[in-house]
Design a protein around this ligand. Structure first.
Ligand code: UD1
Length: 368
């Protein structure tokens, strides 16, 4: 069985790493033959968004880097498609495996499908139903043409069935990103900012903001940051900023005194800060899951989430960016009455192995 694995942007790397490790383990320990080829589209190219993740997560160097870089959605998607078609012509495979919801996920799915290659979508069935988010469009397009769906929760499976997927093609395996978290918990590294700011357990907030809806409009970003700085009430807010957010912040000028912007962190450093934070303030998708696993309060600065289990079961709350909602959430935090959460079923660090064994079964059935 030949599989091409695609990773393109930061949130893909921690999902692809455990899949590669599982393939290696299963081919070493059993008679199963799986050949894989790792393709990096180059959607993210800064060392801090890409290379360091490969190093930290022990991912082998990609077999190909398409080096597409940045551009408008149309330009980036088109460049990935053109380069990936050539990649598949040069290196045919039985399956394409894509993860998550970034532009690379959708672009490579479209190319492979038209070349009659079976597409496996890992983390299928997530929906925010917010078509203003490019990721929602990527998820919907990918799920509408993929062949095999690996899901993180039962809810994701129901959503796929509702859109017409055959239940036989949906497999609840758990969360590969939590595999990465589990396998790296003992290797976490204290980032330099810990000493610089004299941080200690639960003495600070950690913040990430990169959604276009939050950062692209200068005035609303400034108001949001001002309010978050005030509500933190003197606690430091460590803010590793994505390149697009950094650009916007330069236009804004001075940040509140207790907000400390730093460069994007390496995976092992970032999770270290998540684990010890009093709470995380974020508009990311994956961080909602990581905080749920670690039991850290998470204030999601968005109006919706494609990961509702992090709210119904976990430590996450949708706060949005309405000032009163933010003030109320901080008052719960300050009273030490933030809810305690549970970890969803099968988020146990063994998802990638379940996934590969299931794939081998599917492949054997299709050959018989
Ligand atoms: C992408 C994903 C988003 C994910 C995020 C995580 C899509 C549609 N979005 O958003 O779901 O949460 O990654 O980081 O795929 N840039 C750099 N260096 C880089 C990459 C980007 O400076 O290595 C800058 C460029 O100015 C670029 C901008 O960031 O124009 C946006 O990058 P892009 O890849 O288009 O999307 P992200 O915002 O990173």
């Amino acid at each position: 069985m030949k599989i091409t694995l695609v990773a393109g942007a930061r949130p893909n790397f921690m999902k692809i790493a455990p899949i590669i490790h599982a393939i290696k383990k299963i081919t070493q320990e059993t008679d199963h033959q799986i050949e894989y080829r790792l393709v990096h589209t180059g959607q993210h190219y800064d060392e801090k968004l890409s290379k360091y993740f490969f190093d930290d997560l022990n991912i082998p160097h990609p077999d190909a880097n398409l080096e597409v870089g940045s551009g408008s959605h149309a330009v980036q998607t088109a460049k990935i498609m053109i380069a990936f078609e050539q990649e598949l012509l040069n290196h045919p495979c039985d399956y394409l495996l894509v993860v998550g919801d970034v532009n690379s996920t959708m672009a490579c799915t479209l190319v492979a499908k038209k070349m009659q290659i079976k597409v496996i979508h890992v983390e299928a069935g997530l929906r925010s139903y917010d078509m203003r988010m490019p990721e929602e469009i990527n998820r919907m397009v990918t799920d509408s043409i993929a062949d095999i769906f690996f899901t993180t929760t039962p809810e994701a499976g129901y959503k796929l069935i509702k859109m017409g997927c055959d239940p036989a093609n949906i497999h609840l395996v758990g969360n590969v990103m939590i595999d990465s978290l589990c396998s790296n918990l003992k290797k976490l590294q204290q980032p330099p900012v810990w000493k610089t700011l004299d941080l200690s357990d639960k003495s600070y907030y950690l913040m990430t903001l990169h959604r276009p809806s939050n950062v692209d409009e200068e005035k609303s970003l400034q108001e949001l940051i001002q309010l978050l700085g005030e509500q933190a009430k003197g606690k430091p807010v460590v803010f590793p900023a994505h390149p697009r957010t950094q650009k916007q912040l330069q236009a804004i000028g001075k940040l509140p005194d207790n907000i400390y912007m730093v460069e994007p962190l390496r995976y092992l450093e970032f999770i270290y800060l998540v684990k010890h934070a009093a709470a995380v303030l974020t508009d990311s998708g994956g961080i909602q899951e990581e905080t749920t696993y670690l039991g850290v309060p998470c204030l999601t600065l968005r109006e919706n989430t494609e990961r509702p289990e992090t709210i119904t079961m976990g430590t996450n709350e949708l706060i949005g960016i309405e000032p009163q909602n933010i003030i109320n959430a901080f008052s719960v935090l300050n009273n030490n009455t933030w809810k305690k959460g549970n970890v969803p079923l099968l988020w146990d660090g063994h998802t990638a192995e379940r996934l590969i064994f299931q794939l081998l079964k599917i492949d054997a059935q299709s050959c018989s």
